[in-house]
Design a protein around this ligand. Structure first.
Ligand SMILES: *Cc1c(COP(=O)(O)O)cnc(C)c1O
Length: 400
């Protein structure tokens, strides 16, 4: 790590952070590569016809995803709202302006109950912002074909399918079947694949619109990408005269994410994977043999091409719980943020995707320091991922 790695943090009084939790909004999402940074800076100093810039983005998105067209939004969440709105209104300006209050009789959005997730905000809020009415089907852990088919009546504008580690992974209608049933009823399928590496598969299998985050694995500036059918992409873009205004994406983000997509298409995926695996190997070596600690490399739950280190804690032998260890990593300098959202199950994970040069070694040191010291650390606060999201907002600026 170069000394100037922390210059910016130190000059501003910001906490030094090493992120091994993944792509998290609360930590600034991802870090962009040089090409995206340069493209962003180049756009900032110029005027441009935004329709031309979005048309250029559409071409790149089409090449990247295999969709007919595409557009850049402020975020994937905005992409969900604009996609739902587009399915409700079509290319009708008056109907777009009537959202969200007067969507008309065809505003239903069918979602499996097990897909109603929370990614920092509840997904049905993104639907409601567009005037859509969420129609949950099935139960959290079971949705049958007939339940999907029965819900797809003439009041339904779209069916939303969510691909994510946040959703229930059994008892759900598989994607191919979901598309088959929806299309048999003439209902378009929107896929929220915000955090997925598979940029072509959902559209190839019949998704009418697929949504990705520009700032997750693509490492672009904050943005969302909507890809798919040209008529629906155009209808989604039209929403900028209405509900989309408050979700405006700037020229800098569009230019930056175009560069990020271009970089993605020519990246050396093998070399990136090797670097990530080297970090995992280094960390395993560091924790091997520590009492009460069992580390194993686990695949991504939605088959993204990456692995994480899962550190299982036997609290009695290790001296502290997984939740306590997760909090203790965040007390180090630099702060190490581990992936703690399943910490109540007795483990946390380390995600190597967002490491900067030299940081794998910092994490290795912290692992040894913290995990060999459980008995001394035991009395501190525990990580509380369930409440941490909202508490961060409730306590912001609350004290001097
Ligand atoms: C992250 C995420 C979102 C939101 O993405 P943003 O681009 O941050 O708005 C939506 N859906 C899923 C499944 C996600 O993982």
């Amino acid at each position: 790590m170069t000394d100037d790695m922390w210059d910016w943090h130190d000059a501003n009084g910001f906490t030094r952070i090493v992120n091994v939790s993944g792509t998290m909004t609360g930590l600034g999402a991802s870090v962009t590569g040089a090409a995206a940074r340069e493209a962003t800076a180049a756009a900032m100093g110029r005027f441009v016809k935004m329709h031309e810039l979005q048309a250029k983005a559409s071409g790149v998105i089409a090449r990247l995803t295999g969709g007919e067209a595409g557009l850049v939004t402020a975020s994937a969440s905005a992409g969900i709202s604009l996609s739902v709105a587009g399915c409700i209104t079509g290319l009708d300006a008056a109907r777009a302006e009537a959202l969200p209050c007067a969507p008309g009789p065809k505003a239903g959005v069918v979602v499996q109950a097990g897909h109603l997730c929370h990614y920092g905000a509840a997904i049905d809020t993104a639907i409601a912002l567009a005037g859509g009415v969420t129609r949950p089907i099935g139960t959290a852990t079971l949705c049958a074909d007939h339940q999907l088919a029965a819900a797809l009546d003439e009041t339904v504008a779209a069916a939303l399918y969510v691909v994510s580690h946040h959703v229930v992974h059994y008892g759900q209608v598989p994607f191919d079947r979901f598309v088959e049933i929806a299309h048999s009823k003439g209902v378009p399928v929107i896929v929220d694949a915000a955090s997925e590496y598979d940029l072509t598969g959902f559209i190839a299998k019949g998704a009418d619109l697929a949504i990705y985050s520009g700032h997750k694995f693509l490492s672009g500036p904050t943005s969302g990408i909507v890809a798919g059918r040209r008529d629906l992409v155009r209808a989604a873009y039209l929403q900028n005269i209405g509900i989309g205004r408050g979700m405006k994406v700037g020229k800098e983000s569009i230019a930056g994410v175009i560069a990020a997509m271009e970089s993605w298409m020519v990246r050396d995926a093998g070399a990136i994977r090797e670097r990530e695996r080297a970090a995992l190997a280094l960390w395993i070596e560091e924790v091997e043999g520590l009492p009460g600690i069992r580390a194993e490399i686990v695949p991504d739950p939605t088959q993204n091409p990456l692995e994480r280190l899962e550190v299982n804690i036997d609290a009695a032998a290790a001296g502290a719980s997984a939740a306590r260890f997760a909090a203790a990593f965040a007390e180090q300098d630099p702060v190490v943020i581990v992936r703690d959202h399943e910490v109540e199950l007795g483990y946390f994970q380390l995600d190597p995707c967002n490491l900067l040069p030299g940081q794998a070694e910092l994490v290795a040191e912290a692992l040894k320091q913290v995990l060999s010291n459980g008995h001394a650390l035991a009395d501190g606060p525990e990580a509380d991922p369930r409440n941490a999201g909202v508490n961060g907002y409730l306590t912001w600026l609350a004290t001097e």
